[in-house]
Design a protein around this ligand. Structure first.
Ligand code: SF4
Length: 68
């Protein structure tokens, strides 16, 4: 039976989106300020193995998981 994923405010997480890069090109205004962002160094980003581990952990919860 899946274990519910609950955030620190007690809200049940139903969807989990994992960003593979900080260089998303959608440029939503609430996430990407007009003045731009300082990109993270490659070694600060999660490895594919770490991403897969998070996705596996989340998939054992009741949240649906997507990577973008
Ligand atoms: S909020 Fe928009 S700009 Fe930010 S990561 Fe998501 S899709 Fe990309």
């Amino acid at each position: 039976m899946p274990v519910p994923l609950v955030d620190p405010f007690g809200r049940r997480v139903k969807d989990l989106r994992i960003s593979i890069t900080d260089r998303c090109n959608f440029r939503c205004t609430y996430c990407m300020p007009a003045e731009g962002l300082q990109w993270m160094a490659r070694d600060e980003l999660l490895t594919y193995e770490e991403l897969a581990r998070i996705a596996r952990s989340a998939s054992s919860s009741s949240a649906s998981t997507r990577c973008a």
